[in-house]
Design a binder for this molecule. Structure first.
Ligand code: ADP
Length: 905
C-alpha cells in the first residue's frame, strides 16, 4: 500500500529529507508503514527534520538511519545520500561501524549519552574515502516503556575547523622558525597598560629579565642615549591613528650588563580600536650591526674605488651594463680616447667614442660581461681619434668584470698607451737586425768587456777570429796577440779610455801558428761619474785584405822599378776635373818638370799643333767607347826642343759606370823615331841610288839579249834572259823599298778611279800564271761590280797575295782566287795549300820587315815588306786585310774594299 498520500504532519516542511522519507515505501521495511510507527519515533523525526542543526537517528533493532537536510552535506555527493535514508546502520556506515557500534550499544544498553570532539572518522563520500572530523553526541531516545529504542545523534562536521587549526599551528611553527632563523627579536607593547613583552632573544639583547612583563621605559633604557629620544618619538608617532600605525626605526642598543652594542632595526605596526585609540603595537627587531658595517664599508669602498679610479695614474674607467655606460673615467682615459668628459661620461662608450667601433673591442667587452672572464691585451693596435685623423696606438689593457655580489654588472677597463715603446722597440729591433746583418755580411765578431771585473762576453765569430773557444778569458784573448803588436794594442786601449774610441790593427797567432790580421774597433761606456764601465767592441779578420794590400804594395814596387828601368812615365787623369797625378818621368816626357800640378789641357798644350786634335780625339773616343788609346805624337818643350812621345791609357769607371779615370804610361820615343828616320832616309837614298843603275842594267841586258839572239848565240841569250828575270826581281825589291819610304813620309800617291774589279783580277791572274808551271791559278771571282780606288795599287795588292801564295806553296797545287760581295763592299780571297802560318804569327805578317822565322826561312826570299805595303794601301783606300791560316795546310789571305755591286753595262 502506497502511503505517499497519507498526511504525515511530522514530515510536513521537513525539507528534502522529509520528502525523501515520505517517498520511501516503509511497509516493505522492518519498520512497517508510517501509520504504525511509534509516536516517539514520529515526534523525534519531526524534531530532527525541523531543526537547522545537523542531526541523525539510529532507530530500532536494525538501527535504521534517519537524518535531516542540515546533516545531508556531511554525506557528500556521490556517497551515501539518498540511499542512507531508511538504511540499516551497519549497511550505511560499514567503514566506521567498528568505531560507532560500541558507542551505539553503550547508549542503547546503558542509556548513557556520550560526547566526542573533533573525532577523525573517515567516511566514504564524494567518490572516495575522506578524512572527516566530527564533534558529536550520542544520546538515547526512550520509548513509552522507558527503554532506549534509538540513538539520537547531534553532530557537526569539524573537518574545516580542525584543518584550519592545524594550519594555524603549522604557520605558527613556521613563524617561530622564521623568527628564529632570521634571528629576530619580537615585541608586543600595550599602550593602554604601558606593558612591554619581548621574546627571549630580544630580552637578551636589551639585557632584560627573562620572564617578566616590563614597562616600556625599562626597555627604552637599553637604547643608546643618542637614539632614545628619536625612538620614543617614533613610537609615539606610530600610536597616532593619523600615522597609519607604521613603525620603522633603526637605533643602537647597549646591553646594560655586557655593554655589547648592537645596531638594530625595529619594525612594527600599531592596531587601533573603533574610537581610533591604539590598543596594541607589536613587531620585530633585527640586528643589523653586520649589515650596517658591511653597508658602511660598501659605501666607503665604492667611493674609495671611484676615487681610486679618478686618481689612478693609468687610464681607467668603469663601464656599466650591456651598453657599457661610462660611469667613472679618469683624465688619462679621456686623453687616451681623445675625448672630453662631457662627450663620454654617463653615455654608452661606443656612442661617445663611435670612431673605435668595429675594431673588435665591443666583442671583447661583451665577452667579459657574459663570461666573467677577464681579457688581457698586449700591445694591441687600436685606431683612436686625434683631432680629425685616426691614429694607431698600441695599448696594453685589461678588461675585468665588475661585480655586485655574484652578478656581473659591468667592466673595469685599465689601459696603458705603449705606442712609443712599441715603435721604439720596433726601431731597436730593426736597428739590431740591420746591425746583425751588417755584422754577418762582414763576418764581424763582437765582444763586451767589463772593465771592473775583466769579464768578457764574446760572439762565436769573435772567438773564431782569435782562434779560441767560448770559455776563454780576457787574458786568453790578449795572449794570442802577436808580441810585436801588444804595444800597439796597449796604446790603443790607453787612448780609448781617454777618447771613448778604440781602434787598432794587430796580428793574432792561431793554435796552428798561422798568423792572422785582425782589426778591432770599440766604444767605451762610462758611468755617470765618467768612470769607464764597459767596452763594446767588434773585430774583423782582415788577413786577406792585408795580404792583398801587401801584394799590391809589391806589385806597385815592381811596377815602379819597371817604369824606372824602362824610363816610362805613368799618370792618372781625373776625367771630371782634368787633374793629373804622375811620376817624374811623365812630367819630363811632357816638358813639365817644373810644374807641381797640371791638368789635361796643360798637357794638350805641350803637344805639337799638328798632333793636338788627333790626341784629343783618341782620348775622347777611349772614354766614349770604354777602351784604351795608344798614340805617338810630338811634344814641343818649353825650351823649344821637339820630342816624340808614345802615350797610352785605359779608362776606369765608377761602380755606377761613369768614366772616372784614365791611367796609363808614356814613353819618350824620340831616339827610336830618329833612328827610324835615319833608316828610312837610308832606304830612301839607297833605293833611289840603286834604281838608276838597275834601270840601266835592265836596258843593257835587254839590248845584249837581243844582240845575242841575232847572232844566234841561243845559250848565251837564255842566260841573259835569266839575268833579266833577276833584274826584274831586284827592280821590284827596290820598288817595295821606295814604297815603304813613301808610306813612312806620307808621300805614297793614289789616283783613285772607278774600274771593273773582275777584269783587274783576271789580268793579274793571267800575268802571274805565266810565271809558274807548278801551280794552277783558278779564278772563281763572280763579282761584277765596280770599285773606286787606285787600280795600280790594288793590282799591286792582288799581285802580292798571289805571288806569296805561289812562293809559300813549294809543292805543285791549285791557288783559288774567289770573291764575296755584300751591299757595300767586295772581298777578295786568295787560298793556297802551302806551308801556312802559325796562329800566333798571323797578326804580325802585316808589319814592316816582318817575316815568319823558322827552318824554312831561307828557302823563301823576301824583305817582309809586301804585306805591310798592301795593308797600308788598303788603309788608305778604306779597306781591310786579314788572314786565316793553318800551319802546314795553307793560308787564305783576304782583303775588302768599299764597292758598289752594280753590274757593268
Ligand atoms: P816576304 O814575302 O817578302 O817575306 P811579305 O810581307 O809578303 O814579305 O810576307 C811576310 C811574311 O808573311 C812572309 O815572310 C811569310 O813568312 C809570310 N807569308 C806571306 N804570305 C804567305 C803565304 N801565302 N803562306 C805562308 N806564309 C806567308
Amino acid at each position: 500500500m502506497q502511503e505517499t498520500n497519507t498526511n504525515f504532519s511530522f514530515l510536513a516542511d521537513g525539507g528534502e529529507c522529509g520528502d525523501l522519507i515520505r517517498s520511501i515505501n516503509w511497509s516493505e521495511t522492518s519498520l512497517g508503514p508510517v501509520d504504525e510507527w511509534p509516536q516517539i519515533l514520529k515526534t523525534t523525526l519531526g524534531l530532527i527534520l525541523h531543526t537547522k542543526f545537523p542531526m541523525f537517528l539510529f532507530w530500532g533493532p536494525e538501527l535504521i538511519c534517519f537524518y535531516n537536510d542540515a546533516y545531508r552535506p556531511s554525506l557528500g555527493y556521490n556517497g551515501k545520500h539518498p540511499a542512507a535514508m531508511g538504511q540499516k546502520g551497519e549497511e550505511c556506515w560499514p567503514e566506521i561501524w567498528d568505531f560507532i557500534k560500541p558507542l551505539i550499544d553503550n547508549v542503547l544498553e546503558k542509556g548513557q549519552a556520550s560526547w566526542y570532539e573533533d573525532q577523525l572518522l573517515p567516511i566514504y563520500r564524494n567518490g572516495r574515502l575522506e578524512d572527516v572530523y566530527w564533534t558529536f553526541s550520542y544520546s538515547p531516545v526512550f520509548d513509552e516503556t522507558g527503554k532506549a529504542a534509538g540513538v539520537f545523534v547531534t553532530c557537526n562536521e569539524t573537518t574545516e575547523k580542525v584543518k584550519t587549526l592545524s594550519r594555524l599551528e603549522e604557520s605558527r611553527d613556521e613563524l617561530e622558525f622564521a623568527i628564529d632563523a632570521g634571528e629576530l627579536g619580537t615585541w608586543d607593547y600595550n599602550p593602554v597598560t604601558n606593558k612591554f613583552f619581548g621574546n627571549a632573544r630580544l630580552k637578551s639583547w636589551f639585557g632584560l629579565p627573562a620572564d617578566a612583563e616590563l614597562d616600556l621605559t625599562t626597555a627604552l633604557n637599553a637604547i643608546a642615549e643618542k637614539d632614545r629620544a628619536r625612538v620614543t618619538q617614533a613610537i609615539e608617532q606610530s600610536l597616532q591613528k593619523s600615522s597609519g600605525g607604521g613603525y620603522d626605526v633603526s637605533y643602537t642598543i647597549i646591553n646594560p650588563v655586557t655593554r655589547q652594542e648592537r645596531f638594530v632595526r625595529a619594525k612594527g605596526k600599531a592596531f587601533f580600536n573603533d574610537t581610533g585609540d591604539a590598543y596594541r603595537l607589536n613587531g620585530t627587531v633585527q640586528d643589523i650591526t653586520d649589515d650596517s658595517i658591511a653597508r658602511r664599508q660598501l659605501v666607503a669602498s665604492e667611493s674609495n674605488f671611484k676615487a681610486m679610479v679618478l686618481q689612478a695614474p693609468v687610464a681607467m674607467c668603469v663601464l656599466k651594463g650591456p651598453k657599457f655606460i661610462v660611469e667613472v673615467a679618469n683624465d688619462p682615459i679621456y686623453e687616451l680616447w681623445g675625448k672630453t668628459a662631457e662627450q663620454m661620461l654617463n653615455k654608452p662608450l661606443f656612442d661617445g667614442l663611435s670612431e673605435v667601433k668595429g675594431q673588435g673591442l665591443e666583442e671583447l667587452l661583451i665577452g667579459v660581461l657574459t663570461t666573467g672572464e677577464r681579457f688581457v691585451a698586449n700591445e694591441r693596435p687600436v685606431a683612436l681619434p686625434r683631432g680629425d685623423v685616426m691614429e694607431i696606438h698600441y695599448l696594453n689593457f685589461v678588461y675585468a668584470p665588475f661585480r655586485n655580489e655574484d652578478e656581473i654588472i659591468g667592466v673595469i677597463a685599465v689601459a696603458t698607451d705603449v705606442t712609443e715603446q712599441v715603435l721604439s722597440s720596433q726601431k731597436i729591433q730593426d736597428a739590431e737586425e740591420r746591425a746583425r746583418l751588417a755584422m754577418d755580411a762582414v763576418e764581424m765578431g763582437t765582444y763586451d768587456l767589463d772593465f771592473v771585473t775583466s769579464g768578457i762576453i764574446t760572439s762565436p765569430r769573435f772567438d773564431q777570429i782569435f782562434g779560441l773557444n767560448v770559455s776563454s778569458t780576457h787574458r786568453d784573448y790578449v795572449s794570442v796577440i802577436h808580441p810585436e803588436d801588444l804595444e800597439t794594442r796597449r796604446i790603443a786601449h790607453e787612448v780609448a779610455l781617454k777618447t771613448g774610441r778604440l781602434k787598432y790593427i794587430a796580428r793574432v797567432i792561431w793554435p796552428d801558428n798561422s798568423i792572422r790580421w785582425m782589426r778591432a774597433v770599440g766604444k767605451v761606456i762610462y758611468d755617470d761619474n765618467g768612470t769607464p764601465l764597459r767596452l763594446l767592441g767588434t773585430a774583423v779578420d782582415i788577413t786577406e785584405s792585408k795580404q792583398a794590400e801587401e801584394e799590391l804594395r809589391e806589385i806597385n814596387q815592381r811596377l815602379e822599378l819597371a817604369l824606372e828601368a824602362g824610363n816610362l812615365g805613368s799618370y792618372e787623369l781625373n776625367i771630371e776635373t782634368g787633374e793629373i797625378i804622375c811620376n817624374e818621368q811623365f812630367k819630363s816626357d811632357f816638358g813639365l818638370k817644373d810644374r807641381e800640378q797640371f791638368t789635361f789641357s796643360d798637357l794638350i798644350n805641350t803637344v805639337a799643333p799638328a798632333f793636338r786634335e788627333r790626341v784629343r780625339a783618341a782620348v775622347g773616343s777611349a772614354i766614349k767607347n770604354k777602351n784604351s788609346y795608344n798614340e805617338e805624337f810630338q811634344i814641343i818643350c818649353p825650351d823649344g826642343s821637339v820630342h816624340w812621345i808614345r802615350a797610352s791609357g785605359k779608362v776606369r769607371y765608377t761602380n755606377e759606370g761613369k768614366p772616372a779615370l784614365i791611367i796609363g804610361v808614356s814613353f819618350d820615343i824620340t831616339d827610336h823615331k830618329n833612328l827610324q828616320q835615319q833608316k828610312d832616309d837610308f832606304i830612301s837614298i839607297a833605293s833611289h841610288e840603286l834604281k838608276t843603275p838597275v834601270t840601266s842594267i835592265k836596258a843593257y841586258t835587254q839590248v845584249l839579249e837581243r844582240m845575242l839572239k841575232q847572232k844566234g848565240d841561243e845559250r848565251e841569250a837564255a842566260m841573259i834572259a835569266k839575268m833579266d828575270a833577276q833584274v826584274n826581281r831586284l827592280t821590284s825589291l827596290i820598288g817595295d823599298l821606295l814604297d815603304v819610304t813613301k808610306i813612312n813620309s806620307g808621300k805614297l800617291q793614289f789616283n783613285d778611279r772607278v774600274f771593273a774589279f773582275n777584269e783587274l783580277v783576271a789580268e793579274v791572274i793571267e800575268e802571274l800564271q805565266r810565271t809558274t808551271e807548278k801551280h794552277v791559278l783558278i779564278n772563281n771571282v763572280n763579282y761584277t761590280g765596280t770599285v773606286h780606288a787606285d787600280r795600280d795599287r790594288i793590282a799591286q795588292v792582288i799581285t802580292n797575295l798571289i805571288s806569296n801564295a805561289i812562293k809559300y806553296s813549294p809543292l805543285p797545287g791549285n791557288i783559288i782566287v774567289s770573291s764575296i760581295s755584300t751591299e757595300n763592299e767586295v772581298q777578295l780571297c786568295v787560298q793556297d795549300f802551302g806551308v801556312g802560318i802559325p796562329a800566333d804569327k798571323q797578326e804580325l805578317v802585316f808589319e814592316q820587315f816582318y817575316r815568319v822565322s823558322g827552318d824554312k826561312q831561307h828557302t823563301f826570299p823576301g824583305l817582309g815588306l809586301g804585306l805591310y805595303i798592301s795593308s797600308e794601301i788598303l788603309k788608305r783606300e778604306n779597306g781591310r786585310i786579314w788572314v786565316n791560316s793553318v800551319e802546314g795546310k795553307g793560308s787564305t789571305f783576304c782583303f775588302a774594299l768599299p764597292a758598289s755591286p752594280v753590274t757593268q753595262a
